[in-house]
Design a protein around this ligand. Structure first.
Ligand SMILES: *Cc1c(COP(=O)(O)O)cnc(C)c1O
Length: 414
């Protein structure tokens, strides 16, 4: 393992680290942390602070007039986020809205798209679904009067395997699909880093007569998405992982165009669900637009929208295609270093079946991640009991960060 080789690669393929604040190292040989936890919380873009302060100043200087005056009036503020969010996930602007948080959006979308009837009431998720998604779908089945243990189907990898095979999911849907109301998977699994075949599973769900939604928390900003072309019914994602919009940042939602004008869809509404031109007529009955905006409920938190706007601009500036190219090189390099030290990678080895994250099987994940942080300023994260996640993010991570992670693991053992 050659540190100079890592430095040489950084010179040839530098990324955009200068756009971000990288946390300082806590002791050790290098000034900055090797931050490989962007899959959990992305780093702060340098531009965010000034942009946020400008929004605060508008409030100080304009009071209620800020709703309609200034550089970024608040009433239509959320519209500034729509087109860049749509570009990021491969959607039409009308299909996209930034609002709420991720699990809240999943619930609001399931109000519209989990419509159990007769024998078709099951929800299919992956066994290693993120807990919040598990709790959300369980509570949805209960809300509709079902026993979650019966109504929920968790598809697991084959014995001895770590990740799901698309063919097994497709097979399940072909055999059992007539009982399935909703398929809801994570596009990239948070634990294993597996990128599922979104178009294939979506098509299989549709062929079985089910609705297909996707949680893109670990996919948005990590891998190129084409939600519209893939015919996904709905999707949601958060903005604090690969999108770098800050802890608890506002989330995104996608509703496919073919559902937008369907006025039979149930939906929870508030005054932000009605079309803006007549909103302040204060009419007692809403007039929802034929767009994802109709799923909004409340007037949005402006100071939370600024960081999403700023972070989406970064993606527009750099471009998801270029990011994916660098991501493939960076993650491939980390994979090679991990192979060199004999670590056990559970993430799929085929680059097209993963994003940037590599998950390792280790013996004591929590202790190892603690020692990586305190002894080497390498920030990784542990998922109990035995998974260590390393995510070299193509926007700001360096080859040298990857080298430091592998060198630290070689030093500590696992
Ligand atoms: C990060 C993550 C969440 C977190 O949910 P919040 O509503 O943002 O707290 C949920 N689901 C998945 C798949 C995630 O990766």
């Amino acid at each position: 393992m050659d540190e100079h080789e890592a430095r040489r690669r950084d010179e040839a393929d530098p990324g955009h680290r200068e756009m971000f604040h990288v946390p300082p190292a806590d002791g050790g040989n290098y000034p900055e942390a090797a931050y490989l936890a962007g899959n959990s919380l992305g780093l702060a873009p340098r531009a965010t602070r000034d942009e946020l302060l400008a929004d605060l100043d508008a409030w100080a200087q304009r009071g209620v007039e800020g709703h309609v005056t200034g550089e970024r009036p608040w009433l239509p503020y959320h519209e500034l986020l729509t087109a860049p969010a749509a570009r990021l996930v491969g959607a039409e602007p009308a299909e996209t809205v930034v609002m709420n948080s991720l699990t809240v959006n999943l619930h609001l979308l399931m109000v519209s798209f989990y419509r159990p009837t007769g024998a078709r009431y099951r929800i299919v998720i992956e066994d290693h679904a993120f807990p919040s998604d598990s709790y959300a779908v369980r509570s949805q089945t209960r809300f509709h009067g079902y026993d979650p243990d019966e109504a929920l189907v968790r598809l697991r990898p084959r014995a001895g395997e770590d990740t799901l095979r698309t063919a097994d999911v497709v097979d399940y849907l072909a055999k059992e699909g007539e009982r399935v109301a909703l398929v809801l998977f994570g596009g990239v699994n948070y634990l294993t880093g597996e990128l599922l075949d979104v178009p294939a599973i979506t098509a299989a769900g549709h062929a079985a007569g089910a609705v297909v939604g996707w949680d893109m928390a670990h996919a948005a900003g990590n891998v190129p998405l084409r939600l519209h072309d893939w015919d996904v019914d709905f999707a949601a994602w958060c903005s604090y992982k690969y999108l770098n919009a800050g802890p608890g940042a506002l989330a995104g939602a996608f509703i496919h165009q073919r559902h937008l004008a369907d006025d039979r869809l149930p939906r929870l509404e508030g005054w932000w669900s009605t079309e803006p031109a007549t909103r302040f007529e204060m009419a007692p009955v809403s007039r929802p637009p034929a767009s994802a905006d109709a799923w909004q409920i409340s007037n949005p938190p402006i100071f939370s929208m600024g960081p999403v706007r700023t972070s989406l601009e970064v993606f527009d500036t750099v471009g998801m295609a270029a990011l994916r190219e660098r991501s493939l090189r960076l993650t491939g390099y980390l994979e090679q270093l991990l192979d060199d030290i004999g670590a056990t990678v559970v993430t799929p080895r085929e680059p097209e079946r993963r994003g940037c994250q590599l998950s390792l099987r280790v013996s004591n994940a929590a202790k190892l991640s603690h020692r990586l942080r305190t002894e080497h300023s390498v920030i990784a994260d542990a998922r109990e009991p035995d998974i260590l996640r390393l995510a070299p993010v193509p926007l700001y991570n360096s080859y040298h960060d990857c080298w430091r992670a592998a060198a630290a693991l070689a030093d500590l053992g696992w």
